[in-house]
Write a new protein. Sequence first.
Length: 132
Amino acid sequence: MLYNANKKTMILLFSHTLSAEQIEDAKKWGIYSFLSLPNALQDTWSNISPDLEDVTLVLEEIKIYVEKNSKKGDFVLVQGDFGASYHMVNYVKTLGLIPVYATTKRVVEEYFEEDKSIKKSIFEHRRFRKYV
């Protein structure tokens, strides 16, 4: 079994690496275990074709993986293609899992070099929020 029965797991349907701030924030929810998708499924999640009319079939293996590697009350961080995210949020709710997403604060730094204006955006993790 891939999770600790006494602590919550967060399954990552997410295309990035969790930051230290995100890991600390997750602990506030009782999450101490993080489960990334296997490489092939991660590639599927991160590269959903914008040309597909329906993403349902593409998500079947991911749904099976989530179901096999979770228990009621675990969390699923769902961020990615809007349609796929919507589908997976609804699906994980049927399993008794808690879908969440990360919120960020964008800090913009602007400076000038010669005749150019350069903007740099920094995204700071604020919190995880449940999908409602």
